[in-house]
Design a protein around this ligand. Structure first.
Ligand code: MN
Length: 686
C-alpha cells in the first residue's frame, strides 16, 4: 500500500486500541489482537485500504461506546458504513434448527449488505473467532460451530473463497463434533508418516520428468481437508481407509499451454485411470473454477489424483470474489464495490458460456442483488417478502385470517402504522382483534398479490351482506308507503316475482335494491302488482344510523353530518350516497327523481363524520398552529388542512375535520371564531 493508504490504517489501529482499552478476549489477550488478526487475514487476501481499516474497527460500534458518526468524521463515510454493516450482521443470530431456514438466513444476510466487503470482513471475523474458541464454554462453542457450518462456510463457498470455506469447515467440525474430529485426526496422522514418503517420491519423479522436458512448475502434495473426508465418509458410507488412501497433487504452471503439456507428461509417467480425466479449463465449473483433473495408477496401484492449473486459476480457485478484487485493485475507475461483485459475476458468466447449468450463477446473483427482503416472525421464523412489502402484506403472508383481522403492527416491538414498509431482519408482530375487518384503503399500499386479492374478496363479500340488509330496509320502507310489508307480500307472490325477474332468491333481490341496481319504490309496486300511477302521498324516510357500512356513504362535495337536512342518491353498484339538501348536486334530483330517496338521521348516531370548515385569519406566523390547537381542544381530529389563499394581511385555511354532529361542529366553529387572530369562520370551502 502507498504511504497515504497506510496512514488511516495506522490511525485505525491507534483508535481501536484506545477504544478497546481494558477489554480482553476470552483467552486473556488484549481485545485489539482480534481485530488486528481479522485485518491481517484480509490483508493477505489483498483487499483495499478501506476494508483493512474497517476490519481493525469492526467491533468498536458493537463493543465500545463509539457512535457511527465519530467513525464517519475520522475515517470517512465508506469505512464507517462498512463497520456499521458488520455490526448489523453481528446482531443477527441464527437460532432456528430447520435446514430450510438456514438457506433463508444466508439469503437474508446477503440481502442486508449493501457492500460485499462487509461480508468479507464478517467471514474473516468468524474465522478468527473460530480459531480462538478454545477457552469458551462447550455449549457456546457448539452453537457457534453449528452456525459456522450452516451459514458462514456455505456463504464462503458461494463467493468462491475456498481457503476460508475449508478453514471454517474444519474448525466447525472440530467444535461441533469434537470426538469424531479427534478420531479422524488421529487416524489421519497415523497414515501421514508413510504417506509423506510416498508423496515426496512421486513429486520428485514428476519434477524429473518436467526438467527432462524443459517445462517448469510447482508440484504440491495436497492434503485433503478433514471436513471433506468426513462428509465423503458420511455420504458414501465408506470406511476411512477407502477415502484417505488417495494421494493428491497439484501442479501450478505459468500458462494454459503448459497445463496440457504437463498432462501429457504425467500420463506418460503413470497410467491414467479411464473415465477420470476432466477438462475444467475448457469447461469451467459452475463457480468459475478452472483446472485439469486426472487420476493415475501410482506405485503399487495407489490412486493419484492430480490437478493441473495456472497460477491465475489457482488464485481464483482459492479467493473467488476476492480474487477479482485483487485483480482490479489498482484500477481506480471501477467505482463501487457492488460493481466489482457484478464484474465478478459477469466474469463467471463469460466463462460459463460453454453451456453448463447456470443454477449456481443464478443463486449467487439472487443472493447478491436480491429483490426480496427477509423478516422474522415473533417465533423466529424467517419470512421472505418482496421489496416494499408492508406489515399488512406480512399479515396476509402469515395467514389470510391474520390479515383480515389485523388492527395494528409492531416492528421490533414498536407500534408502527400498518402501511409501514418492512426492512431486512426486522421482527414483525401482528396484533389482531376478533371482529376486525380489512380496510379498503389497504389496497392502495399493499404490494403482494395475496394481500390484494384477499382484501378485495373480503370487501366483495362484505358489500354483499351489507347491501342485502340495506336493500331489505329500502324495500320494506317502500312497501310501507303502499300500506304493505314484506310479510304481507308472502312467499308465493315473492317466488313468482323472483322467477319473472330471473333471480335465485330474495337475497339476490335485496342485494340489487341495496346496491341501487333496482329501485325500491318500483320493486315494491311490482311485488304488490300496483300500477305506476299509484304514487303514495308521503314517503317514509330511510333512517340512517351511521353503521350501514360501505353501502351508505357520505358525499365529499357537501360533507353531511347528523343534524343536517339530507337526501339519499341511489347510485348503481355503490348503494346510497347521502347529500345535504343544500348541496348543488341536488339539482340532479329534478332530472331523476326516482333515484333520490328521503333519508333522515337516527337520533343517537355514534361515530365521527368528515366536515369542512373554512377559517380566514390574520396572516401571522403560528396562526395555523393556534387554530389547530383550538380545534384539537374542541375534541376534533384534523384530517386535512390546506392553505387556500395567502394575502398580505389575511390567510384562508381549509380544514377537513372529524365531528360528531351539527352541535359539535357549531361548538368548534364558535371556539375558533373567538380566537383573537381569526376574522371569519364558515362551513364549506366553496
Ligand atoms: Mn469481531
Amino acid at each position: 500500500m502507498s504511504a497515504e493508504q497506510i496512514a488511516p490504517v495506522a490511525k485505525a489501529y491507534e483508535f481501536g486500541a484506545l477504544a478497546h482499552e481494558g477489554q480482553t478476549r476470552m483467552s486473556g489477550e488484549p481485545y485489539i489482537t482480534h481485530p488486528v488478526a481479522v485485518a491481517q487475514t484480509l490483508a493477505n487476501m489483498h483487499l483495499d485500504a478501506q476494508t483493512i481499516t474497517a476490519a481493525i474497527l469492526h467491533d468498536v460500534i458493537e463493543d465500545t461506546e463509539t457512535p457511527v458518526s465519530e467513525l464517519e468524521e475520522l475515517f470517512g463515510n465508506e469505512v464507517a458504513a462498512l463497520v456499521d454493516g458488520v455490526s448489523k450482521l453481528d446482531q443477527m443470530q441464527f437460532t432456528n434448527k430447520a435446514e430450510a431456514q438456514a438457506e433463508s438466513f444466508r439469503k437474508m444476510m446477503l440481502a442486508m449488505i449493501e457492500d460485499i466487503r462487509v461480508i468479507l470482513v464478517k467471514l474473516a471475523d468468524r474465522l478468527h473467532n473460530m480459531r480462538t474458541m478454545e477457552s469458551m464454554p462447550r455449549e457456546k462453542q457448539a452453537r457457534i460451530a453449528r452456525e459456522t457450518l450452516e451459514i458462514y462456510a456455505p456463504i464462503a463457498n458461494r463467493l468462491g473463497i475456498n481457503h476460508m470455506k475449508v478453514s471454517l469447515e474444519d474448525l466447525g467440525l472440530r467444535y461441533l463434533y469434537p470426538f469424531r474430529y479427534r478420531v479422524l485426526e488421529r487416524a489421519l496422522k497415523r497414515s501421514k508418516g508413510s504417506q509423506r514418503q510416498i508423496v515426496k517420491k512421486i513429486s520428485e519423479q514428476i519434477y524429473q520428468a518436467m526438467n527432462g522436458d524443459n517445462v517448469s512448475g510447482e508440484v504440491i502434495g495436497r492434503e485433503k481437508h478433514l471436513y471433506s473426508i468426513y462428509k465423503k465418509m458420511a455420504e458414501k458410507k465408506r470406511p476411512l481407509n477407502d477415502i484417505v488412501d488417495v494421494y493428491g497433487f497439484r501442479i501450478i504452471v505459468a500458462d494454459v499451454d503448459t497445463c496440457y503439456r504437463i498432462l501429457g507428461l504425467v500420463h506418460g509417467l503413470f497410467k491414467p485411470m479411464p473415465g477420470r480425466f476432466k477438462d475444467y479449463i475448457a469447461i469451467p465449473r459452475l463457480n468459475g473454477y478452472q483446472s485439469l483433473h486426472t487420476t493415475l495408477f501410482g506405485p503399487k496401484g495407489l490412486p493419484l489424483e492430480v490437478q493441473i492449473r495456472t497460477a491465475e486459476m489457482d488464485r481464483v480457485a482459492e479467493a473467488g470474489v476476492a480474487a477479482h478484487w485483487q485483480y482490479k485493485a489498482e484500477d481506480k475507475s471501477t467505482a463501487t464495490p457492488q460493481r466489482r461483485a457484478r464484474e465478478w459475476l459477469s466474469h463467471l458468466e463469460e466463462i460459463q458460456q460453454s453451456g453448463s447449468s447456470e443454477e449456481f450463477l443464478e443463486s449467487v446473483k439472487v443472493d447478491l442483488f436480491p429483490d426480496k427482503i427477509y423478516v422474522f416472525t415473533p417465533k423466529g421464523e424467517i419470512m421472505p417478502l418482496p421489496k416494499g412489502a408492508t406489515t399488512v402484506d406480512f399479515a396476509y403472508a402469515v395467514h389470510t385470517d391474520v390479515g383480515n383481522r389485523c388492527v395494528a403492527a409492531k416492528v421490533d416491538r414498536n407500534l408502527v402504522p400498518l402501511r409501514t414498509q418492512l426492512q431486512n431482519s426486522q421482527t414483525v408482530e401482528i396484533v389482531t382483534a376478533r371482529g376486525a375487518k380489512p380496510n379498503p384503503n389497504w389496497v392502495s399500499f399493499v404490494t403482494t398479490a395475496k394481500a390484494r386479492s384477499a382484501i378485495r374478496q373480503y370487501m366483495k363479500k362484505m358489500r354483499g351482506s351489507e347491501s342485502i340488509d340495506l336493500g331489505k330496509r329500502l324495500l320494506d320502507r317502500s312497501l310501507k308507503d303502499l300500506k304493505s310489508s314484506l310479510r304481507k307480500v308472502g312467499k308465493v307472490r315473492m317466488r313468482a316475482a323472483l322467477d319473472e325477474l330471473h333471480l335465485e332468491d330474495n337475497l339476490q333481490l335485496f342485494e340489487q335494491v341495496g346496491l341501487g341496481e333496482r329501485l325500491a319504490p318500483l320493486t315494491a309496486r311490482y311485488l304488490l302488482g300496483v300500477d305506476e300511477d299509484g304514487t303514495p302521498e308521503a314517503e317514509a324516510s330511510l333512517i340512517i344510523a351511521g353503521t350501514e357500512g360501505m353501502v351508505v356513504s357520505y358525499a365529499r362535495c357537501c360533507c353531511p353530518i347528523p343534524g343536517d337536512d339530507v337526501m339519499g342518491y341511489l347510485s348503481a353498484g355503490r348503494g346510497v350516497v347521502i347529500h345535504r339538501n343544500t348541496c348543488g348536486n341536488l339539482s340532479n334530483f329534478r332530472k331523476q327523481p326516482e333515484k333520490w330517496i328521503n333519508v333522515s338521521w337516527q337520533d343517537d348516531v355514534d361515530r365521527d363524520f368528515s366536515s369542512q370548515v373554512q377559517v380566514e385569519s390574520i396572516n401571522r406566523t403560528g396562526v395555523l398552529a393556534e387554530v389547530a390547537a383550538t380545534i384539537a381542544d374542541s375534541d376534533s381530529n384534523i384530517e386535512q388542512v390546506s392553505v387556500q389563499d395567502r394575502q398580505d394581511d389575511s390567510t384562508i385555511l381549509n380544514f377537513l375535520l372529524q365531528v360528531k354532529d351539527r352541535t359539535h361542529l357549531a361548538r368548534i366553529m364558535r371556539n375558533v371564531r373567538n380566537m383573537k387572530n381569526v376574522i371569519r369562520v364558515s362551513r364549506d370551502c366553496a
